[in-house]
Design a protein around this ligand. Structure first.
Ligand code: FE2
Ligand code: FE2
Length: 204
């Protein structure tokens, strides 16, 4: 049966009209579908990342090239795969999170990365501001509000070495295909998800 036919087959759907009526059988169906859907996450992320292609927003290079350059710089500097994937995705929220883009990227990578890498992603906006907030009427030192965090220096380093530096139109970045296997490896292993834990317990 083709994938589309499987999706349309009523046998692959729960029978309840409210969760209060749910049965073990219903949830076996949903859990099974979830496993297939979850494995498609890297493909959906890559598709969304490509939305940044051609999106300049006034910057010297588009957001896709900026993302690739940030990830390439991190990779060439010897960062591990979690870090490089974070660098690749750190601005993926620009499309839907126009007023809080770091939150979007941080939510996507949270199940797959360390607390430190998640923190860097979630707060890079304030740290990146050190390089330009004073040009748009803001406080470039707003990052000082985070001085108490054990991850302050790591986040400052991410912005200094990779993010603020990744607007060079002449830099030769790796293509998205280079990072795909890395993204798939990192996203194959959720280390922090109540849904993944539940699915694992059921499969065991
Ligand atoms: Fe950003
Ligand atoms: Fe960025």
């Amino acid at each position: 049966m083709s994938e589309t036919a499987t999706i349309l087959d009523p046998a692959h759907r729960a029978k309840f009209s409210a969760m209060t009526e749910g049965t073990q059988e219903d949830w076996a169906i949903i859990a099974n579908e979830y496993r297939g859907f979850a494995t498609g996450l890297p493909d959906r992320v890559l598709k969304h990342l490509r939305l940044l292609d051609g999106d300049f927003g006034g910057f010297p290079i588009d957001r896709m090239q900026h993302s690739l350059q940030t990830a390439t710089r991190a990779h060439r500097d010897g960062r591990d795969e979690q870090y490089v994937v974070m660098a690749l995705l750190h601005d993926i929220g620009d499309t839907l999170g126009s007023y809080n883009h770091p939150d979007v990227a941080a939510a996507i990578i949270k199940p797959f990365v360390s607390d430190e890498i998640h923190w860097i992603c979630a707060n890079h906006g304030a740290f990146q501001g050190y390089y330009y907030f004073h040009y748009i009427g803001g406080d470039r030192n707003i990052r000082d509000n985070f001085r108490g965090s054990p991850y302050f220096d790591a986040c400052a380093e991410f912005c200094e070495k990779y993010d603020q530096a990744a607007f060079d139109a002449d830099y030769q970045s790796e293509p998205l295909e280079f990072f795909e296997p890395m993204l798939r490896r990192v996203m194959a292993r959720p280390i922090n998800s109540m849904y993944a834990k539940a699915a694992e317990a059921q499969a065991a």
